[in-house]
Write a protein that binds this ligand. Structure first.
Ligand SMILES: [Mg+2]
Ligand SMILES: [Zn+2]
Length: 281
């Protein structure tokens, strides 16, 4: 790994690293969409996935079949280069996801990018003696609540972000975080980011809508992205911006120096200005 630059990049997994939701992908590809849709209104999502895993097993679907389906999950071709470049520049990469360890590790290993991530925070997915996938909650809510009313009982991503922040503070290390996500579960972490951090919500996805409704609640700089190509460009822009500031910036006598070293800056349009009129009350 290159010299560390005190940047921690936290990726959501579903619809952020990969282009679909891994739970839905497995259910659909193995032909269980109808049952899934039928049960969806009747139980919480995590219970539903536990039930679906039981159904897959009862119908003779093996873990290997699940893994085969995961190995052809859609991912935008620029996401892997973005991850590799960020790592090469000295950023520490972590995942915070409401999927499960088996799904995420199968995909990352298949793509050859598992070793770029120092930490995967997700629901444990273990295969029992019968060869059935058992997904346990990341946060064991049968013992105690995590106390955050915004988040599902099995996981508060905001608490995970706070723990990461605290681990750096404890060791006396400065750190800037860049958070990328798309879902409603990524809103809680966006509220925990500090002014020096960056939030990258996927444009027109739930977390972007939630931020757009009241942009002032997010202290971090917000830069949205649409697809893997935009993700790579905007992420590289932010990393370069952080590496060049603030100490380094003082040493540069002119702002134009940045241009001379070939860094492309994204326009600094506040998210508020990009909110469609329909959202403005
Ligand atoms: Mg997601
Ligand atoms: Zn929360």
């Amino acid at each position: 790994m290159a010299n560390k630059n005190n940047i921690v990049i936290v990726f959501d997994f579903d619809k952020t690293i990969i282009d679909v939701d891994s739970d839905n992908w497995v259910v659909d590809e193995l032909g269980f969409t109808d049952l899934f849709d039928q049960l969806l209104p009747t139980m919480p999502f995590n219970s539903l996935m536990a039930r679906m895993m039981k159904e897959l097993h009862d119908h003779g679907k093996t873990i290997e079949e699940i893994k085969q389906v995961l190995r052809r999950i859609p991912i935008h071709p620029r996401v892997i280069p973005a991850i590799k470049s960020a790592h090469a520049l000295g950023c520490e990469l972590r995942i915070v996801s409401d999927a499960n360890t088996l799904f995420i590790e199968t995909v990352l290993e298949h793509l050859g990018i598992r070793e770029y991530f120092s930490e995967i925070n997700t629901n444990p997915g273990l295969v029992d003696e019968q060869g059935r996938l058992i997904v346990s909650p990341y946060h064991d809510f049968t013992k105690s609540s995590h106390g955050c009313s915004r988040c599902p009982p099995n996981m508060c991503k905001g608490l995970i972000i706070e723990r990461i922040q605290a681990s750096f503070t404890k060791e006396g290390n400065k750190m800037k975080m860049i958070y990328l996500g798309d879902g409603a579960g990524d809103y809680c972490p966006s509220l925990r980011l500090r002014a020096e951090d960056y939030m990258m919500p996927r444009k027109n996805f739930p977390v972007w809508d939630m931020i757009s409704q009241n942009p002032t609640l997010v202290k971090a700089t917000v830069r949205d992205w649409t697809d893997g190509e935009a993700m790579e460009r905007i992420l590289m822009g932010i990393i370069n911006e952080i590496i060049l500031s603030p100490e380094e910036e003082k040493m540069l006598s002119s702002d134009h120096c940045k241009i001379s070293v070939g860094i492309v800056h994204e326009p600094l349009v506040p998210l508020a200005l990009q909110v469609p009129l329909s959202l403005v009350k």
